[in-house]
Design a protein. Structure first.
Length: 406
């Protein structure tokens, strides 16, 4: 007969690693690298939140285990995931679309995983998976699935496969589905361009240094649409001129500051840019609002369109009645998340078009502020990176890159 102590010791040692309690203390990493048990369970971490608030206050790093995939399940490893302003607004609870709080990551309190955009690599697939295999790159088909995680397990139907990843980087794939798609669809869907007059029609936009703005500049250059671009003035004239040159190098036709736009000379400037009005401004893209948006609208030719996709100033769009009555201008909003969820096939084809432009060198990377995420990264450090997404002038878009191996 074995003694009770011997039996207890044998029982403890026989328990699979995946069944042992994993500490979930915020910011602590008891293991130096990711651990895969002999039973096929993968250790993973995710930035989650159980209540709304500022990212630095509510985001926490949660450790959990992922089982081997079954049926049509796919196990994924994060490559890169950006931090978009909309992601922060979701965490703050002020964004119209909010992911559900769930407990499927082994968390006691219902929570959501942050992030909506990113590139992942396939690690393994269930027996029922038909179109994905180990090493493929994918992005998520819909928003709200959570991308700020080292690993994920999703159904094949929730993923878009990057059919040809040659000539692409994880950054290019991981940032394609929000800003470039927004710019692409607004330029294509809200204006009937006269392609016989390529190079003789204009688009005007504010927020031209944003991810959407840079994408619109490059697409306009590719499609023969001239662009009048408005940016915020920088701290020094030298910094402002450097930004203008950077955007002109991308293909911007004209770059001016908001201060220049709001002067009394702006109307004359536009008249000169457009060859005394012979080249009409057919489309305005607005992500600011307030006086800035009003100034954009006043430049539009009759029967043109202004599309609002953001509200950085938090000021309403105020329009003189004459623009509606006498110019017959149209005003719409565009929300890429809702559009993509309603049009998954068109979203996928748009992504393919943008990535093909990228492969051919016609679409450049956005400036990024890379935040490296490895197995030793601490929760508060990652949360502070998210917190900075909405603050001031940044060197580039904040992007998580995971360096944790398989």
């Amino acid at each position: 007969m074995f003694s009770r102590s011997v039996l207890q010791t044998a029982t403890r040692s026989a328990r699979p690693a995946s069944a042992r309690a994993v500490p979930q203390v915020f910011g602590q990493a008891p293991f130096s690298r990711r651990y895969v048990s002999v039973y096929g369970y993968t250790q993973a971490k995710a930035l989650i939140y159980s209540k709304y608030g500022e990212p630095k206050d509510v985001l926490r790093l949660h450790k959990h285990s992922i089982s081997a995939p079954h049926a049509t399940q796919v196990n994924l490893r994060l490559l890169t995931s950006p931090m978009n302003p909309a992601d922060v607004n979701q965490i703050q609870g002020v964004y119209p679309s909010k992911p559900p709080f769930r407990t499927d990551l082994g968390n006691a309190e219902p929570a959501a995983v942050g992030g909506n955009e990113g590139a992942f690599e396939v690690l393994s697939t269930g027996a029922g998976v038909k179109n994905l295999s180990k090493g493929d790159w994918v992005i998520m088909k819909r928003t709200g699935l959570g991308t700020w995680r080292t690993h994920a397990q999703l159904d094949e139907s929730q993923l878009i496969k990057i059919e040809n990843k040659e000539g692409l980087t994880p950054l290019q794939v991981g940032t394609v589905s929000v800003n470039p798609v927004t710019a692409y669809r607004m330029l294509r869907d809200f204006c009937e361009w006269d392609w016989m007059r390529a190079g003789e029609e204009w688009m005007i936009q504010n927020g031209a240094n944003s991810g959407v703005g840079r994408a619109a500049i490059q697409l306009g250059r590719e499609w023969g649409i001239k662009t009048l671009n408005v940016v915020r003035q920088r701290k020094t004239p030298e910094e402002t001129e450097a930004l203008k040159k950077e955007l002109r190098d991308l293909g911007a036709t004209v770059v001016i500051t908001e201060e220049e736009m709001l002067t009394g000379n702006f109307r004359d400037m536009v008249h000169e840019f457009t060859r005394q009005g012979r080249e009409p401004i057919r489309l305005a893209l607005n992500c600011v609002g307030g006086k800035n948006a009003t100034a954009l609208a006043k430049t539009l030719a009759p029967d043109s369109h202004m599309v609002t996709y953001g509200a950085m100033s938090k000021q309403p769009v105020a329009l003189p009645s004459g623009l509606l009555i006498f110019k017959n201008l149209a005003f719409d909003g565009f929300w890429v998340s809702k559009w993509g969820d309603k049009n998954p096939e068109l979203k996928e084809s748009t992504i393919k078009d943008v990535l093909q432009l990228t492969r051919s060198g016609k679409f450049r990377d956005i400036p990024v502020d890379e935040v490296k995420w490895n197995w030793e990264s601490e929760g508060p450090e990652l949360a502070e990176s998210v917190q900075g997404t909405l603050g001031g002038f940044r060197s580039g878009k904040g992007v998580f890159t995971f360096n944790g191996g398989d």
